[in-house]
Design a protein around this ligand. Structure first.
Ligand SMILES: Nc1nc2c(c(=O)[nH]1)N[C@H]1C(S)=C(S)[C@@H](COP(=O)(O)OP(=O)(O)OC[C@H]3O[C@@H](n4cnc5c(N)ncnc54)[C@H](O)[C@@H]3O)O[C@H]1N2
Ligand code: MOO
Length: 390
C-alpha cells in the first residue's frame, strides 16, 4: 500500500493541463484563465472626479473662497476648456477633471448662488481626484493561471478585453458498478439499493469546472463493464465507483486491465478509501473509487478534485488544509491516514462517533474531514488538527 501523498503524485502524473479555448467574457465565470489578460487602456483614462461637486484650482481651495462657475463636466461629457484662478467647474462623479483644476470640493461644502459659489469651512483634506491609470495602466496584466472570479471578469471588461483564453473543461465519465444498484425512482428488488454516489460525484466535479456524464450502471459482469467503459470514450477522466475491492464480484480492475489500463497503483493507506486504483486508459486518466459512499466521496475530495484543478492548469497541489481545534478527545489512529467526518462550528471540530464509510447521513451533516496522520497518537480536546472543509 502506498501513502496518500504518493497516490496523489501518481495521479498528477496521469493528468496535464488541457488546451486553451476562447470564451466570451459573459461565459468565463469560474473558468481557469490560460493566458494573461493585458489591459488595452488606462483606467481611469483621464484624471477623474471621485465626487459630485466643484473643480477648483489648488490656490482657490480655501474656506470662504468666492468662485465663478464657468461650465459643467459630467461623466461621458467633459468640460471643453481649462480652469483659471477664481473659477470653478461644476463636476460629477466619474467626469474628467479639467486642466488647471487640482481639487474637487464636494457640493455639501459649497453654497451656490446663481453662477457664484462660496467654499465652506473646513474643506476635506482629499483632492477627490483619481489620477489617470490609478486603477491600472495600459499593458498591466491579470496573470494566468487563475480561477476567474466575478471581480476578475469586471477587471478584464474594464481592460477592454471582450474574450478570454481559458483551459478547456475536463470531461469526466462516471460509471457506477454493481448488480445491487438501481437508479433513484426505480423499484429496487429485495436485495437492491439505490445508486447514490454518482450524483455526488457529478455535483463535485461540475462545481470544480468539469463537465460530467453519468453513464448507465454497469453490472458485475465483464460484458456489462466493457459496454459501459466503451461509452466513456472521449472522456479526459473516467471515474468508476465500486467493484474495486477483493470480492468475487469486484471486476473493475480486471476488466479495465483487459481494456488496456496501465495501472499506476492499487490500494492506498487511507481510511476510508483503501481500495483506490488509478492508471491510464487510452487517452484518459482512470480513477477507480471504492463503492462505499463515504469512501468514494472522500477519495474524490482528496484525489479527483486536485486532479481536475491540475487539468485546468492550476497548480498540482493537494486539497488545501485548514487548521482547527478539536472539540473532543480522540483515540490513537491506526496505520492508515484517517479522514474523519466532523461537525464544524466556530473553528471547533467535533468528529462524529460513527465513522462507518457507508453512512451518508453522517457525511451530509459533516462540514469537515479531520485528518489523522498514520499512527497519530491520542488527541485531546483543544489540540490543533488539520482538516479539509466540506
Ligand atoms: N475482505 C475485504 N473486504 C473488503 C475490504 C478488504 O480490504 N478486504 N475493503 C473494504 C473497503 S475499505 C471498502 S471501501 C469496500 C469497497 O469495496 P468496492 O470498491 O469493491 O465496493 P463494492 O463492494 O462494490 O461496494 C461497497 C458498498 O458500497 C455500495 N455501493 C457501491 N456503489 C454504490 C453507488 N454507486 N451508490 C451507492 N452505494 C454504492 C455497495 O452496495 C456496497 O454496500 O470493500 C470493503 N470490503
Ligand atoms: O476504505 Mo473503506 O473505504 O474503509 O470503507
Amino acid at each position: 500500500m502506498i501513502s496518500v501523498a504518493q497516490a496523489l503524485a501518481h495521479i498528477f502524473d496521469l493528468v496535464a493541463p488541457l488546451p486553451g479555448e476562447e470564451v466570451a467574457l459573459a461565459e468565463a465565470a469560474g473558468r481557469v484563465l490560460a493566458t494573461p489578460v493585458i489591459a488595452r487602456r488606462d483606467q481611469p483614462p483621464f484624471p477623474a472626479s471621485a465626487m459630485d461637486g466643484y473643480a477648483v484650482t489648488g490656490a482657490d481651495a480655501r474656506p470662504g473662497a468666492l468662485l465663478r462657475v464657468i461650465g459643467t463636466s459630467a461623466a461621458g461629457r467633459r468640460f471643453d476648456g481649462s480652469l483659471g484662478p477664481g473659477q470653478a467647474v461644476r463636476i460629477f462623479t466619474g467626469a474628467p477633471v479639467p486642466p488647471g483644476a487640482e481639487r474637487v470640493v464636494i457640493q455639501e461644502n459649497v453654497t451656490r448662488d446663481g453662477d457664484t459659489i462660496t467654499l465652506g469651512d473646513p474643506l476635506d483634506a482629499s483632492t477627490h481626484i483619481r489620477r489617470r491609470g490609478a486603477d491600472f495602466a495600459v499593458g498591466e496584466r491579470l496573470v494566468a493561471p487563475r480561477r476567474l472570479s466575478p471581480a476578475d471578469l469586471a477587471l478584464a471588461a474594464a481592460m477592454n478585453v471582450p474574450g478570454l483564453t481559458v483551459h478547456r473543461r475536463p470531461e469526466v465519465a462516471i460509471i457506477a458498478t454493481g448488480d445491487e444498484l438501481v437508479m433513484p425512482g426505480e423499484s429496487p428488488g429485495p436485495d437492491q439499493i439505490i445508486a447514490s454516489n454518482g450524483f455526488a460525484l457529478k455535483a463535485m466535479v461540475e462545481a470544480e469546472g468539469a463537465t460530467a456524464r453519468l453513464l448507465p450502471i454497469a453490472r458485475d459482469t465483464e460484458a456489462s463493464l466493457k459496454t459501459v467503459f466503451a461509452l466513456a470514450e472521449g472522456a479526459d477522466l473516467v471515474l468508476t465507483i465500486g467493484g474495486a475491492s477483493v470480492g468475487d464480484h469486484d471486476l473493475v480492475g480486471q476488466v479495465a486491465a483487459e481494456l488496456g489500463l496501465e495501472q499506476m497503483f492499487y490500494k492506498v493507506a487511507m481510511r476510508p478509501g483503501k481500495p483506490l486504483m488509478a492508471g491510464r486508459m487510452g487517452g484518459a486518466a482512470m480513477i477507480g473509487l471504492p463503492g462505499n459512499p463515504v469512501s468514494a466521496l472522500v477519495c474524490a475530495q482528496v484525489f479527483v478534485l486536485p486532479a481536475l484543478r491540475a487539468m485546468q492548469g492550476l497548480p498540482a497541489v493537494p486539497a488545501p488544509r485548514v487548521t482547527g481545534i478539536l472539540a473532543s478527545d480522540l483515540p490513537a489512529n491506526g496505520p492508515r491516514e484517517h479522514y474523519m467526518r466532523a461537525r464544524l462550528s466556530g473553528g471547533r471540530l467535533a468528529p462524529f462517533e460513527y465513522q462507518d464509510s457507508a453512512l451518508l447521513t453522517v457525511l451530509s451533516q459533516a462540514r469537515a474531514l479531520v485528518i489523522r496522520p498514520p499512527d497519530d497518537g491520542p488527541r485531546k480536546t483543544g489540540d490543533k488538527v488539520e482538516y479539509l472543509p466540506l
